[in-house]
Design a protein around this ligand. Sequence first.
Ligand code: FES
Length: 124
Amino acid sequence: MPDSGVTEVAILDLADLGPTPVGARVDDVEVVVWRTADGSIGIVARQCPHLDWDLVEGVPDGSTLRCPGHGWSIDADGRVYKRNEFGREDDKGCTQHWSSTVRDGKIWTRSEPRREVPGGETRT
Ligand code: FES
């Protein structure tokens, strides 16, 4: 089988992930890791796709991480949107995101980010 260049890498000890987001690296890419309300783990590019706010300062909010800059929300599938005061969600495209697996007390991901979001614009 040909080598796809994609490898599985441990990026964080599970014990280091508390209620607030944590920064990590996937190869040479800065990412932010957080736990969603349902207990799953999100991994997305660390810089907000709007104006590069550091998402380590983001606020977990249900299934999303909300940027403190201007309130855009990012889910674990990389979807980005802005929710107004009436609950309407305006699509803002998507950002790089990675899969997550927990094994042996560590959070693992694949070294290649997943970018496909049905109906979404990809931003890298
Ligand atoms: S910098 Fe994140 S919403 Fe504006």
